[in-house]
Design a protein around this ligand. Structure first.
Ligand SMILES: NC(=O)c1ccc[n+]([C@@H]2O[C@H](COP(=O)([O-])OP(=O)(O)OC[C@H]3O[C@@H](n4cnc5c(N)ncnc54)[C@H](OP(=O)(O)O)[C@@H]3O)[C@@H](O)[C@H]2O)c1
Length: 322
């Protein structure tokens, strides 16, 4: 496994992390025992960068991650987030909420200090300086090592950095979601902020395993995502088929191509593919061995232009790049 320091920090993170959200909810049935095995296999393969949030499974995910990594705490970099209120009650970036949320996360994770603490969404009703100021206090108190933002705009990142260094921006970034390439990516580079792409496999779509949205459970999050709506889905499926074609020519999986493409974007990119399954985890780790030619990258880039549909519902879109 290749490891690099995350942004301005001394956190030496594997360039492929593990997104733990689906171990609690969003993508169909879950199984704690299987998830714990997957978390251990990750560490055994040199993957040390784990992503959770207080809101995933209403606390279940942090408890699960904390339990799995308890005996091997010193080997793991644990990133968690606050800002989404429980039971879909909106968001909060208020200073007092940051402090109580952090205490609750520490307790659920069973640790003394969070390695990387993100604000999950910039709260439009609270100046980002205030949210980040409270997070900086948490650093001073020794409860948090480094601070990150999720789905923040270039402007918010610049304002936040004036209060405290920002180590990482977590944002959706993949072959089919490219918003950050406009301005945010460059701002991160100017400010030495690492990019942590979430949903790097297009919520499973770019793996080629999702050929029909009827496979989704009623409470599967993807049912609400425009990219997966019938007409868009049909068009997008053609793109995945072409991706599978390129993967076939290279002798790898489409999922590995999607991750290799992200890794090619720069040494400051640390994708966190999500899976509860050991098999997928191992496949994803092996994507670091795949090298893409300039021609393959431009083929993939031209495919991306054919993608149809927004990446979130209307209400979800209002909170991104904020
Ligand atoms: N900051 C934010 O707002 C935000 C938002 C969303 C996610 N995240 C974080 O980012 C992480 C990753 O994103 P994500 O989970 O939404 O999407 P993703 O990584 O793009 O895709 C996850 C889906 O892909 C499937 N999968 C993974 N590896 C596979 C493989 N090799 N072959 C076939 N299928 C594979 C998983 O299946 P199984 O479920 O069957 O394992 C799951 O359904 C999350 O776990 C979470 O920690 C953050």
């Amino acid at each position: 496994m290749i490891k690099r320091n995350l942004g301005n920090s001394d956190l030496n993170a594997s360039i492929i992390g593990l997104g733990c959200m689906g171990m609690s909810e969003w993508y169909g049935p879950t199984n704690d025992e299987e998830s714990i095995t997957t978390l251990h296999t990750a560490l055994n393969n040199g993957l040390n960068f784990f992503d959770t949030a207080d809101v995933y499974g209403n606390g279940h995910n942090e408890i699960l991650v904390g339990k799995a990594l308890k005996e091997r705490r010193s080997e793991a970099i644990i990133a968690t987030k606050f800002g989404f209120l429980p039971n879909e009650a909106g968001i909060s970036g208020r200073p007092e909420y940051a402090k109580s949320a952090c205490n609750a996360s520490l307790q659920r994770l069973g640790i003394d200090c969070i390695d990387l603490y993100y604000l999950h969404r910039v709260d439009p009703n609270v100046p980002v300086e205030e949210s980040v100021g409270a997070m900086a206090d948490l650093v001073k108190e020794g409860k948090v090592k480094y601070i990150g933002l999720s789905e923040a705009s270039a402007e918010s990142l610049k304002r936040a950095c004036k209060i405290h260094p920002i180590t990482a921006l977590q944002t959706e970034y993949s072959i089919w979601v490219r918003d950050i390439e406009n301005k945010i990516l460059q701002t991160c580079r100017e400010l030495n902020i690492a990019i942590v792409p979430y949903s790097p496999l297009g919520r499973g779509f770019l793996t080629g395993k999702v050929k029909d949205t009827k496979i989704f459970d009623d409470n599967d999050f993807r049912k609400k995502v425009p990219l997966f709506e019938e007409e868009n889905f049909k068009a997008n499926l053609k793109v995945v088929e072409e991706l599978e074609q390129i993967a076939g020519e290279k002798g790898c999986k489409a999922s590995q191509l999607a991750l290799a493409w992200l890794i090619e974007q720069g040494e400051d990119i640390f994708p966190i593919p999500g899976t509860k399954r050991e098999k997928y985890l191992v496949e994803n780790i092996h994507s670091i061995e795949i090298k893409l030619t300039t021609e393959e990258i431009s083929r993939i880039n031209s495919l991306a232009k054919k993608i149809k549909g927004e990446r979130k519902s209307q209400s979800g879109m209002k909170l991104v790049n904020g």
